[in-house]
Design a protein around this ligand. Structure first.
Ligand code: GAL
Ligand code: ZN
Length: 639
């Protein structure tokens, strides 16, 4: 494989065939060696049920290949054609209000519908058979951004409901057990037949955070829907593995997208890839507005963590973007900046979205490298410059990324907080982001992992708001700390068991002996000025190595009873004036830090210094604000 892969999403079906050679020549001049093709081209590849036309795609690929360009083929299942929906309207997904989507966007399919599975098999098999020996094909991208449904995130159709009931049956064995573990006695929700169990359709006003469903049902439905996407992907993976064993298989993920357990989705792929739009506010992200550089860095580290190695950026923003409104354009040099950030964090492929801006369809405003008229301009020049510079980075793209610190981001926690956001201003990803930023500012390498990953080799594990704690995870945490690990826990940890029930022990539940504290009281905080407990600047004192620092806190305050730990921080004022809030307990060679509130950036930085000191981890090369220095290691040499 030529390193790094450098390319663009290309849509020969959006332009005339005369243009293809011009494009291929311009690509070659820019150093482009890879393009992604066909991921929305179903209606052109299979214009009628079982009637296939690959001639146009063959021709486009031949032209690309003649210019030294290899291809990643997308299976086109993200865009089910009109003829398929007409024949099988049951394929259309049903949102949480019970409304069936209409034809007219994309991703208008339910992942559990048998008719859609049959149609998927037909098109994927036909494509795989046609391209299995093609010398230009490097890899397959399955579908496009699984789960990125604009009209309702999870499907509530009757096929999904039946599949959910069956899934529950496998998981719980008997209704008696399910009723007991879910606590369905509450509000007379006891089930006497599996068919009675609903999917958690909307039962609160639109826009209200959370759901008023039984939290146990809600969490299980989130797990089930995540698995239904994993299984839908498997259906395609199996076909491609059988027919094209020599090709790589990937899927383009969406960074912090919270609705699919990406660790499980990644297990079936050869390589993880993801779509990186630093200037795109995403509806499902905790980060509204433009992403800060540390958020983008964190998303990269999460993607690298899924398989613990380098990954691809399948869509890298290459112009101003938007559907109805156009975002600010990347400043001169900014596409290059985003590209270098991607490479620094472990990307070994950069594929820009998209080659030329399209003058028709929903994404008319989504600008590519070339403008509508196809004339190379400022953005093309920048891509050419990057293409040239990449030649010198060959060995570095696959260099190791040695991290001694991991941050745990749990899908169970994301989903349980989705059902019960718990406090005004509490966002799980924001809590993760605050910890991440503290390390990022000091250029300390961090891997983002889940509780199902192996964390045993890290020196430090930060697990903010580890809300849902499964028993085996608690056991592993105990063993790892005793063996010398440094664990940082915060408020709202160990609150729920695997069934999303609040545990009936002092918090942090199963972790309380490890932390050496009991939470005896707590309060949610409102934004300043609300006339009730609000935290704010200087609301606690941190004593680090004999020096007193006043730092801010918001969102939440735990009142701690210290059983067996050293106190590092106490509240100043507020409902728990003078009570401890930050503690440190040493256990053998390991230690546990507990933080009972949400620290501001300064507090996070001080605490992180303490963690580095205690563990002997060296901070990275110092750099000015918003300048990242990433350390990569190749054959014993540091870069
Ligand atoms: C991505 C998607 C692309 C394109 C792009 C711009 O999410 O994968 O197909 O739609 O956004 O909207
Ligand atoms: Zn469905």
């Amino acid at each position: 494989m030529a390193h790094p892969l450098f390319g663009a999403a290309y849509y020969p079906e959006h332009c005339s065939a005369e243009r293809w050679s011009i494009d291929a020549r311009l690509m070659q001049q820019a150093g482009i060696n890879t393009v992604r093709l066909a991921e929305f081209a179903w209606s052109r590849l299979e214009p009628k049920t079982g009637v296939f036309d690959f001639a146009w795609l063959d021709k486009a690929i031949d032209i690309l290949m003649a210019h030294g360009i290899q291809v990643i083929l997308g299976t086109p299942t993200a865009a089910p054609p009109a003829w398929l929906i007409q024949a099988h309207p049951e394929i259309l997904p049903v949102n949480e209000d019970g409304q069936r989507a209409g034809f007219g966007m994309r991703r208008h399919y339910c992942p559990t519908q048998p008719a859609f599975h049959a149609a998927t098999r037909r098109i994927v098999q036909a494509m795989a058979r046609h391209y299995q020996q093609h010398p230009a094909v490097l890899a397959w991208q399955i579908d496009n951004e699984l789960g990125n449904i604009t009209n309702g995130i999870r499907c509530h159709c009757s096929s999904c409901r039946t599949a959910f009931q069956y899934w529950l049956q496998q998981r719980y064995g008997s209704l008696e057990r399910l009723n007991s573990l879910w606590g369905t006695v509450f509000w007379s929700q006891e089930y006497s037949a599996w068919e009675q169990i609903p999917t958690p359709m909307r039962n609160v006003r639109p826009g209200s955070p959370g759901s008023a469903h039984n939290p146990s049902l809600y969490l299980d439905f989130a797990r089930f829907t995540s698995e239904s996407w994993v299984q839908y992907q498997q259906l395609q993976v199996q076909i491609l593995r059988d027919l094209c064993p020599q090709h790589l298989i990937t899927h383009n993920l969406m960074g912090l997208f919270p609705y699919i357990n990406y660790v499980k989705l990644a297990q079936d792929l050869d390589v993880v890839s993801w779509d990186n739009y630093p200037r795109l506010p995403t509806p499902w992200s905790a980060f509204k507005g433009n992403w800060s550089p540390s958020h983008v860095a964190m998303a990269h580290d999460l993607m690298r963590g899924l398989k613990g190695r380098t990954y691809w950026v399948m869509e890298q923003q290459a112009g101003p973007s938007g559907w109805g409104r156009i975002s600010p354009t990347p400043l001169p040099g900014e596409i290059r900046l985003w590209t270098l950030q991607s490479l620094a964090h472990g990307a070994e492929a950069i594929v820009y979205f998209r080659w030329q801006t399209c003058n028709v369809g929903t994404e008319q405003y989504w600008h590519g490298i070339l403008p509508y008229d196809g004339t190379p301009g400022r953005r093309y020049e920048e891509i050419c410059q990057i293409g040239e510079e990449l030649q010198c980075l060959d060995t570095l793209v696959t260099a190791a990324f040695p991290a001694e610190v991991a941050i745990l981001r749990s899908y169970d926690a994301l989903w349980a907080f989705e059902a019960q956001p718990t406090a005004e201003g509490l966002s799980y990803d924001d809590q993760i982001g605050r910890s991440y930023r503290a390390f990022w500012r000091r250029n300390v390498a961090v891997d983002l992992i889940t509780e199902d990953s192996s964390w045993e080799s890290y020196k430090v594990l930060v697990a903010p708001c580890l809300f849902v704690l499964r028993e085996e995870v608690s056991t592993r945490l105990h063993a790892w700390v005793e063996a010398g690990g440094t664990l940082v826990l915060t408020f709202r940890s160990g609150v729920k068991d695997a069934y999303n029930r609040v545990i009936d022990q002092p918090l942090p539940g199963a972790l309380r002996d490890l932390a050496g504290v009991h939470v005896i009281d707590y309060t949610a905080l409102l934004p300043a000025g609300a006339g009730v407990p609000c935290g704010g600047p200087e609301s606690l004192e941190l004593v680090i190595d004999g020096t007193i620092h006043r730092v801010g806190a918001d969102v939440w305050m735990d009142d701690l009873e210290v059983k067996d730990a050293e106190v590092l921080g106490t509240y100043r004022g507020g409902p728990f004036d003078g009570a401890p809030t930050v503690t440190l307990k040493r256990i053998g060679a390991g230690r546990v830090i507990y933080v009972g509130t949400s620290l501001d950036d300064r507090g996070q930085a001080l605490l992180m210094n303490k963690v580095l000191d205690e563990t002997g981890i060296k901070p990275g090369v110092p750099s000015p604000d918003n300048v990242e220095v990433v350390r990569r290691v190749h054959e014993g040499t540091d870069y």
